[in-house]
Write a protein of this length. Structure first.
Length: 439
């Protein structure tokens, strides 16, 4: 049986739908691209330039021993398509921006809008992850140097506050070429600090190496309500060492953007019998209710992360002006009982769906050595984040003999080892079909 929502769009043509003058006014800021093919509602409202600044950062923390006072909520620029959103966030008090060469036009857009604000903002970019595709030391050094110079050019700046190792691995951490490029750039005044961004299956090894390397000043780990206890312990140890801890991927997979609850519910059994005006009202209320829950969830995740005094700041994606207005009210706020209930409910929803980034229990049970955690993270980028470019790029970087197609005739011992009950084999096969066809 076809979904109730889909029947609506079969019965009402696009032309008829917008005939009503009231509808024209109501939907002036709405794009039909926000209506998915199954009739459900997603990203219904398009960007609207705010008339004036509504909110601002209320709390600043020490960014490790750098001497910089950083906004507790900061800008993760992996998904931006509009540089003015960056400028608006900075005008609201956000002063730390995390970007990377592989984030599309992110560096270019940031460079275009922050020329006058450069000294007010701490910009952390990364070595291009594609630079590591070679095994030749000379070529690697050349790639890393070119990556740094290109970032300076795209960001329209003569210095970087920090450059990080993207998706750090043990090999990248121990690279003499990387250390040489960084030290030379530091002596030339082109970069101040170095650090790591880590969300791979080698997280444990990377963090262990990080603590041995006194040149590293910034640690960007995955940290959220479902993180393992040892992550909190690593964060505490890093902060006590004077390291800046920048938490990322705080929203536990961002599944509210894709699956559950509000955006998959029918609009009611009586929906087709309603008048056009009542249908419009039902849809508007439906969207508003869902958006409010998503906003409340995001704020609760931020408040939980920031309840840890050892976290310097968290980075999150601001795609629209509304995101800035909706997320920043969590700045300086305490994590409370209602927040815990929201996160507990979400945990129940995603318990056997969210692959904990950095957990690698299942890997040792795989007879083919497939990097399960890394592949399911790429799937998360593709499906939940809508970042298809990053998903395909990361999947294509994996060894060709370690991809999801290894799972076709496997009895999946990895799945039996997963403490969260994730359908690993099915997910890996889905990922391979989804990501390899786009390579």
């Amino acid at each position: 049986m076809k979904d109730k929502n889909m029947k609506l769009f079969e019965k009402i043509s696009r032309r008829d739908f917008f005939k009503n003058a009231a509808l024209k006014t109501m939907f002036a800021g709405i794009t039909l691209s926000g209506l998915k093919r199954d009739g459900t509602i997603k990203n219904f409202f398009v960007n609207r330039l705010p008339q004036k600044k509504k909110i601002s950062i209320k709390s600043y923390r020490n960014l490790g021993n750098t001497g910089f006072k950083v906004s507790d909520i900061s800008f993760g620029a992996g998904h931006i398509t509009d540089g003015t959103v960056v400028r608006y966030a900075v005008d609201c008090g956000v002063n730390y921006i995390d970007t990377a060469p592989v984030y599309g036009r992110s560096e270019v857009l940031i460079g275009e809008v922050l020329k006058e604000k450069r000294k007010e903002v701490f910009i952390a970019t990364k070595f291009n992850s594609r630079a590591w595709r070679t095994e030749n030391p000379k070529e690697l050094k050349k790639n890393l140097k070119e990556s740094l110079e290109r970032s300076l050019k795209d960001l329209r700046t003569d210095y970087l506050d920090a450059i990080l190792i993207h998706s750090a691995s043990e090999r990248r951490m121990k690279s003499d070429e990387m250390h040489e490029v960084f030290e030379n750039a530091k002596m030339e005044g082109k970069v101040k600090y170095s650090g790591v961004s880590v969300h791979s299956s080698e997280t444990g090894k990377v963090v262990k190496q990080f603590f041995k390397d006194d040149s590293m000043k910034i640690l960007t780990p995955v940290y959220n309500y479902l993180s393992e206890k040892d992550v909190s312990e690593d964060i505490k140890r890093a902060a006590e060492k004077g390291t800046a801890v920048v938490a990322m991927k705080t929203r536990m997979g961002a599944y509210l953007e894709r699956i559950p609850g509000w955006d998959k519910q029918p609009l009611g059994e009586d929906f087709e019998s309603l008048s056009l005006s009542k249908k419009r009202s039902r849809m508007v209320n439906f969207v508003h209710s869902g958006r409010k829950f998503t906003v409340d969830f995001n704020r609760s995740t931020y408040k939980w992360v920031l309840s840890n005094p050892y976290v310097s700041t968290l980075i999150t994606s601001f795609r629209t002006f509304d995101d800035v207005n909706n997320f920043l009210p969590a700045s300086g706020e305490k994590f409370g009982y209602r927040d815990k209930k929201i996160l507990d409910n979400y945990t129940t929803l995603v318990w056997n769906k969210y692959c904990r980034i950095g957990c690698d229990i299942c890997h040792s049970y795989c007879p083919k050595g497939v990097p399960i955690n890394d592949i399911l993270r790429s799937q998360m980028y593709y499906e939940n984040y809508g970042d298809k470019r990053a998903a395909v790029s990361e999947y294509s970087d994996l060894p060709k003999d370690k991809l999801g197609d290894n799972c076709f005739n496997c009895d999946a011992p990895c799945q039996k080892s997963c403490p969260y009950g994730i359908e690993i084999k099915e997910r890996l096969l889905q990922s391979h079909k989804m990501l390899s066809l786009n390579c």
